[in-house]
Design a protein around this ligand. Structure first.
Ligand code: SF4
Ligand code: SF4
Length: 71
């Protein structure tokens, strides 16, 4: 039951063309191109801003939203 409390962007390598737009846009440097595909190289840095998901022209990034946003 205990697992990762944080959710992270999920990058589909089959869809990713390696255009690098998400890497450029990521405000925290959490993304990098690895072997021609975007990769979440620093999950701790991801602020879950969803910029990468919004801009990816291929729809290769999906952020699995948490159910609760309560605060
Ligand atoms: S914006 Fe999309 S297609 Fe471009 S490198 Fe990032 S994940 Fe891949
Ligand atoms: S959600 Fe925001 S901080 Fe996280 S990888 Fe995407 S652009 Fe970077």
């Amino acid at each position: 039951m205990a697992g990762e409390p944080r959710v992270q962007p999920d990058i589909d390598e089959d869809l990713c063309t390696g255009c690098g737009q998400c890497v450029t846009a990521c405000p925290t440097g959490a993304l990098r191109l690895v072997d021609g595909h975007a990769a979440l190289v620093d999950p701790e840095a991801c602020g879950y801003c969803a910029d990468c998901e919004d801009l990816c022209p291929e729809g290769a990034i999906a952020l699995p939203y948490e159910i609760s946003f309560g605060d």
